[in-house]
Design a protein around this ligand. Structure first.
Ligand code: NOJ
Ligand code: NOJ
Ligand code: CA
Ligand code: CA
Length: 718
């Protein structure tokens, strides 16, 4: 059944390819069934604001002043729900666009009260004002409708990603318990805490953030949202349990709201609890403005075990294709820069607009700009996410104007057609999902780039100049000799390409054109395209996707550790799953390890960038060091014996620690993810550049809690 569906999908796709090539034929996609939750690199995501998509069940619409069935007041509920999404899955709207994953609004119960700001009522239609993370939002549907949504999606080979916002509940005022719902949190109907009566400090009470530093953004409130203290054991456990409840219903992925605003150590410990049972693709939202490049953002994507929404990609694409404030040179530097800065660049989620920025499309006289940006995104590295309605050329400025109800489900728009032609290629040709990116031709208006994975190649040419064509001479490519048709079928004025001896025959890239040419053939040598999750502990499932693994079990190497026998859970030609073994009996083999495989015929694969193997299941501990005086420019770090604390490597020490909000200088604190029930040695160290001043005395020791959270408060020892 599964096989039949895959073949049908393949046949549909291949008929749209029309690759003119003598030998060998385009390879069937042996790819990633919908059950492969660890790998989204061959998927295309569609982002839905559930309330604004489709009302499939009017009986769940909120009553009274919170609801506007005409959806003209965009701050009120409009009626969209899970049944509406089910209806659209069933009528083929997503499949026709090649969409294989849906990202839906946070599904949990939100406040019911409308909040009056300056005389205007605001509702929680967007799903970000939670009150009970263990119940469904009744305006979106019941739990059984949610499960039906998942079952319906899976039957059509579509994955489901939920938005999730564990940073906060809802707007609250410290001084007025009667404001809105006082940020109250419920546990499946039982009140846990309210913001202004909070004796055990389940929330932060440090005022609102001014966004001046990362610390300020984490421990103060995001706007007026009641901000959680994740170091509270009940809050930590609540979110581990709540996400588990949704994962148990078959959710395939998580989009984590506001990751810049939650302690990184807490998030790492939460992710490790998720991956212990469910290796689901998880990507965080770390907003970056125009021209913003952030080392903290890269570090988070590289170290946290989750991916990020690729705002650097989105902002640059908007500047280049829409605003004309940057040239194609910037597009190329963004691609090169992100490839260097993100350890797993193919796992970052790309997009051209979303619910927190004005819509890409502005002017109906010029849809080509959007069409180009969309085609570029679908053929670039990263997992593309299309914001609902972008395919219908919806316009709209900042929130909530960018969140109007989708006006039509037309399948005839050019953007819809582009999706239908390009999105499925990610399942057909691994160069799109797994490939490297190389610049082949560049000027202010033209970018021609090549994606390559083993012998599979895709060449993409974009001319953003809408009034003149550009002659292209001397275009080098890895495409084998032959003639290639444009995968877009000329939809964006592309034409065929002739290649001889690694060079394309001269041609003119038409004004405003995008052309996509590609080639794929079975690999002979084993080649890894994707490994996930990128943070695991012993006992977790690790998934390796690629080509030519063979059909008989071989060996997976995690650094020097060979994984064989019963620890290999699945071994197919393009897909392997293993159970991560303890790296040695003492569990001291944690650290970062590259991944490679060896086939049953002894052929060795390429080496995949190192993933993190944790010492064991993690808990959250706050380390506080008091009385640590520093000179200007010097900061305090935490160093320790385990890899999670840098294994005494000063360059990997945890910090700089914070000293402004929860504790103030000369006291410093940091929230850290450490292995549970483990005795560790640690010390604090003052660092400035390459100079380091360690604490005196012998190493400190601490046995971490086996569950719950911990707090360690000590004084700097001379
Ligand atoms: C980021 C979300 O994307 C945004 O829409 C929301 O309002 C805030 N986080 C708070 O949850
Ligand atoms: C790690 C620990 O042994 C600590 O006590 C020592 O000061 C540093 N290494 C520096 O060598
Ligand atoms: Ca409804
Ligand atoms: Ca926070």
């Amino acid at each position: 059944m599964k096989l039949l569906a895959r073949w049908t999908a393949w046949l549909i796709t291949v008929s749209t390819l029309l690759l003119v090539w003598s030998s060998p034929p385009v390879q069937a996609a042996p790819d990633t069934a919908v059950t492969n939750t660890a790998n989204f690199s061959t998927d295309v995501i569609y982002q839905i604001v559930t309330d604004r998509f489709h009302d499939g069940n009017p009986s769940n619409n909120p009553a009274g002043a919170s609801f506007d069935g005409t959806c003209s007041n965009l701050k009120l509920y409009c009626g969209g729900d899970w049944q509406g999404i089910i209806d659209k899955i069933n009528d083929g709207y997503f499949t026709g666009m090649g969409v294989t994953a849906l990202w839906i609004s946070q599904p949990v119960e939100n406040i019911f009260t409308a909040i009056n700001y300056s005389g205007i009522n605001n509702t929680s239609y967007h799903g970000y004002w939670a009150r009970d993370f263990k119940k469904p939002n009744p305006a979106f549907g019941s739990l059984s409708e949610f499960q039906q949504l998942i079952a319906t999606a899976h039957a059509k080979h579509i994955k489901v990603i939920i938005d999730f916002a564990p940073n906060h509940t809802s707007p609250a005022m410290e001084t007025d318990p009667n404001f809105a719902e006082n940020g109250k949190l419920y546990d499946n109907g039982t009140l846990v805490a309210g913001y202004s009566n909070d004796p055990t400090a389940m929330y932060h009470h440090n005022g609102g953030t001014d966004f001046s530093t990362v610390e300020n953004g984490i421990y103060r409130n995001l706007f007026d949202l009641a901000d959680f203290n994740h170091n509270h054991p009940a809050i930590d456990q609540y979110f581990k349990d709540a996400i588990q409840m949704w994962l148990n219903m078959g959710v395939d992925g998580i989009r984590v709201d506001a990751v810049k605003h939650m302690p990184f150590g807490w998030q790492k410990n939460w992710m490790s609890s998720i991956y212990a049972t469910s290796p689901v693709f998880t990507f965080g939202e770390w907003f970056l403005g125009v021209n913003e490049v952030s080392a903290d953002n890269h570090a988070f994507a590289n170290e946290s075990g989750m991916s990020l929404l690729d705002f650097r990609f989105a902002q640059t694409v908007r500047q280049v294709f829409r605003d004309n404030t940057q040239s194609m040179h910037s597009l190329h530097s963004m691609i090169a820069g992100t490839a260097a800065d993100y350890r797993y660049v193919n796992d970052q989620v790309t997009f051209i607009d979303n619910h927190d920025m004005d819509r890409f499309h502005m002017d109906n006289s010029n849809k080509r700009k959007l069409d180009q940006a969309l085609a570029f995104t679908l053929t670039s590295r990263g997992v593309p996410a299309l914001y609902y309605g972008t395919e219908q050329y919806m316009t709209g400025g900042n929130d909530p104007d960018n969140r109007a109800r989708i006006p039509s489900f037309s399948t005839n728009t050019t953007a819809y057609q582009i999706m239908g032609k390009l999105a499925p290629l990610r399942k057909v040709n691994p160069a799109f999902g797994y490939g490297t990116t190389q610049e082949r031709w560049l000027n202010d208006d033209v970018f021609i780039f090549e994606r390559k994975f083993g012998k599979s190649v895709a060449l993409v040419a974009v001319n953003r100049n809408l009034s003149s064509g550009v002659p292209i001479n001397g275009l080098l490519t890895s495409l084998p000799n032959g003639q290639y048709v444009d995968s877009l079928g000329g939809l964006l004025n592309g034409a065929g390409l002739t290649v001889a001896n690694r060079e394309a025959s001269p041609f003119t890239l038409a004004a405003g054109a995008v052309a996509v040419w590609h080639y794929t053939t079975p690999e002979v040598e084993p080649r890894i395209g994707h490994v996930g999750p990128t943070m695991v502990a012993a006992g977790n499932t690790l998934t390796i996707d690629g080509r030519a693994f063979g059909t008989q079990k071989g060996t997976v190497y995690l650094g020097g550790t060979a994984i064989t026998g019963a620890n290999i859970l699945a071994w197919e030609d393009s897909h392997i799953q293993v159970k991560v073994p303890p790296l040695n009996s003492a569990g001291a083999g944690a650290g970062r390890y590259e991944v490679k495989i060896q086939t049953a015929n002894s052929a060795l694969s390429n080496v995949y960038p190192a993933i993190e193997v944790l010492t064991g299941p993690q808990v959250h501990v706050r380390f506080v060091i008091q009385g640590a005086q520093t000179t200007f420019g010097e900061n305090v770090y935490l160093s320790g014996s385990i890899p999670e604390l840098g294994a005494w490597n000063l360059n990997k020490a945890i910090g700089p620690m914070y000293n402004q909000v929860v504790y103030q200088y000369p006291n410093w604190y940091m929230d850290v993810s450490v292995p549970a029930n483990t005795t560790i040695e640690y010390k604090f160290v003052k660092k400035q550049g390459s100079s380091a001043v360690w604490e005196g005395g012998s190493n400190r020791t601490y046995t971490t809690p086996s569950s719950g959270t911990g707090t360690v408060v000590v004084n700097w020892q001379q």
